[in-house]
Design a binder for this molecule. Structure first.
Ligand code: 2P0
Length: 347
């Protein structure tokens, strides 16, 4: 792995003044109130606010090193040269960071992702949150957490939330200064010890990217506006439920919000359908878990996988039930995780 020799380790302390490398790590997040649809594509401003939990699994580790002699940026993802849309998004992001920093040097970016890419486990959230932290430090941009969240948002909307640990709320932002007012911040939560049990039905890349799917939904789905309106109300209720530590209310709101989001996609023209037979099998199993007395609630993103919210103390039982339901899939128990952070280099 190209980044391996640049990481801090007890035996080889980082020497940023020698190799100038900056390494950051970030984790994905799962939204309980979903982000689906942009009102400004260039600035990545959403139509609705969203709320998520950052996970303690699937970290992305990204190293940025300035290359003053290079004529172009170089980007590798999991040891392979990035290409196509992925490369374009990273290059645009580096250009934005240089613009903010008033710098011109090109960069070498090495990113290592541990989540199945493109399968709806939000690898772009951890990816752009880690890149924002590493690139800002490499170009000597002194940003606070809110500014980092705004910057990460420009790479991928959901990345704005992975800047923070635990629960975070990404504000849709106002009409007057959408860029300045659209950022995430931590959400206070009382007396909850939640787990999200992730059932991976299929880890192959999705047929339609979430970016393209949300654009089509906004442009063509007659259900989009009603969902966006109800999502704003869900958010108000969600914050109250989190504030009183009411897992059942949190789960019910999250489940209806996610099903509503998928309804908007199914009504798009042509329809976008991420849910597969395996997804429905899992949704049925979660309903049965509830009937059997275990509080468990489903949410799904831009893919067939199902994430099940439950009490941390029930996570092993929920995981076993999901494994039985889809023997060909895999199940990972996630809990609340840390925000994006520097591992080495930078100040
Ligand atoms: C979310 N998703 O709130 C929603 C729910 C997927 C379904 O954020 O276009 O990769 O880069 O801003 O952040 C996935 O969208 O999209 C996402 P862009 P992103 O987690």
């Amino acid at each position: 792995m190209p980044t391996e020799g640049l990481r801090t380790s007890p035996s080889r302390p980082c020497t940023p003044e020698v190799d100038g490398a900056v390494t950051a790590v970030a984790q994905p997040n799962i939204a309980l109130i979903k982000y689906w649809g942009k009102r400004d594509e260039r600035l990545v401003i959403p139509w609705t606010s969203s709320l998520s939990m950052t996970l303690d699994v699937f970290p992305t580790t990204t190293t940025v090193r300035l290359a003053p002699a290079a004529g172009a940026d170089r980007v590798t993802l999991n040891g392979r040269h990035a290409a196509g849309e992925t490369l374009r998004r990273v290059l645009d992001f580096l250009e934005l960071v240089r613009e903010l920093a008033g710098r011109r040097e090109r960069a070498v970016v090495d990113s290592h992702n541990t989540a199945p890419t493109g399968a709806g486990v939000a690898s772009s959230a951890s990816g752009f949150a880690a890149l924002a932290v590493a690139a800002a430090a490499a170009y000597d941009l002194d940003l606070d957490a809110t500014e980092l969240s705004r910057l990460a948002r420009r790479g991928s909307g959901s990345a704005s939330r992975s800047v923070f640990a635990g629960f975070s709320l990404w504000h849709a932002g106002g009409e007057e200064d959408p860029d300045g007012s659209s950022y995430a911040e931590p959400v206070p939560v009382r007396g909850l010890d939640p787990a999200l049990v992730i059932a991976l039905v299929d880890d192959s890349p999705k047929a339609v990217s979430s970016r393209a799917a949300m654009r089509r939904t906004v442009d063509t789905s007659p259900l989009y506006r009603p969902w966006a309106d109800s999502s704003e109300r869900d958010l108000i209720e969600m914050r109250l439920a989190l504030g009183r530590g009411d897992l059942d209310a949190v789960g019910e709101i999250a489940e209806r919000n996610a099903l509503g989001m998928h309804a908007t996609m199914l009504a798009a023209r042509p329809a976008v359908r991420y849910l597969s037979p395996g997804t429905l099998t899992l949704l049925d199993r979660v309903l049965r878990l509830r009937q059997e007395g275990t509080p468990a609630y489903s949410t799904m993103d831009a893919g067939p996988n199902v994430k099940v919210l439950c009490h941390s103390s029930d996570a092993d039982r929920v995981a076993a039930a999901l494994r039985d339901a889809i023997p060909s899939g895999s199940v990972v128990v996630a809990r609340s995780g840390p925000g994006a952070r520097l591992l080495s280099g930078g100040s």
